[in-house]
Design a protein around this ligand. Structure first.
Ligand code: SF4
Ligand code: SF4
Ligand code: FES
Length: 254
């Protein structure tokens, strides 16, 4: 079990942990933007940088690493608030504020780092997308890949192929749910859902009329996971009610 020292706190973590895992275990907060515990670390936003020293290095030699994807090794010392860590995070947030001046999350993080206004020229047509790729990665993780990054430089954005309704999208909303700036628009009701320009029919629980998931999503899971299609026609509420009825009939609950 690697043992590290993070901001003076000693912490032991399981093999395979990252510096971010170790910091969390030590109760040390590190800001992140492109990290999600359910996805492989990506190391894209650079907000989670820390200063790191490891055994064998000169005492005054440190390296800036991204904590979300750097392995936690035995004997390592980590500094999450050194002057250059604070400065680096400030540059990242200053740039993000120029790109997304209206995004509340970025405004808040920047303000937490003492930045009220960007020192760069704000983007002429700002949007709230920070290009963290969480949406494309979660879609890839589902083995769907309906959206991706397109274009380069200042024109880089997230979009479906040819900016048309993506044929492979199943309307699961996973991309919108993981988006840290809530900038993926969608509409959903008990009857229909739309996202990325594609319309979906909702499956509804016959007992409650409550929408469960999209028909396309149920077909995807039934096809890929072998889960019977009927499973998705029952809402969680109805499943809980049925379970409670069973418990009552067993006289477990009064
Ligand atoms: S809603 Fe569509 S694009 Fe978004 S994660 Fe689901 S399948 Fe992918
Ligand atoms: S749309 Fe949201 S999740 Fe996707 S890259 Fe932009 S900010 Fe990240
Ligand atoms: S959270 Fe580590 S690089 Fe984005």
């Amino acid at each position: 079990m690697p043992t590290l020292i993070i901001d003076g706190k000693k912490v032991a973590v399981p093999e395979g942990s990252t510096i971010l895992d170790a910091a969390r275990a030590a109760g040390v907060e590190i800001p992140t933007l492109c990290h999600h515990d359910g996805l492989e670390p990506w190391g894209g936003c650079r907000l989670c940088v820390v200063d790191l020293w490891q055994p064998g290095w000169d005492e005054d030699w440190f390296k800036l690493v991204t904590s979300c994807n750097h392995p936690a090794k035995d004997g390592v010392r980590v500094f999450t608030k050194s002057a250059r860590v604070v400065e680096t995070r400030g540059v990242v947030l200053d740039l993000l504020l120029a790109r997304c001046p209206d995004a509340p999350l970025i405004q808040q993080l920047a303000a937490d780092h003492g930045i009220e206004e960007t020192s760069y020229a704000p983007r002429e047509e700002p949007d709230d997308c920070i290009l963290c790729a969480l949406c494309t990665r979660v879609c890839d993780h589902l083995d769907i890949t309906a959206i991706s990054t397109v274009n380069r430089g200042a024109g880089k954005e997230i979009a479906p192929p040819f900016h048309e309704a993506p044929p492979d999208c199943i309307g699961c909303l996973a991309c919108a749910e993981v988006c840290p700036t809530n900038c993926i628009p969608y509409e959903t009701s008990n009857v229909r859902r739309s996202i990325w320009g594609k319309e979906f029919e909702m499956l509804r629980d016959p007992a409650t009329g409550q929408a469960v998931i999209t028909k396309a999503q149920a077909e995807f899971f039934a096809g890929r996971g072998g889960v019977p299609g009927e499973y998705f026609e029952t809402s969680d509420t109805t499943k809980r009610r049925e379970m409670a009825k069973k418990f009552v009939s067993l006289q477990i609950l009064e």
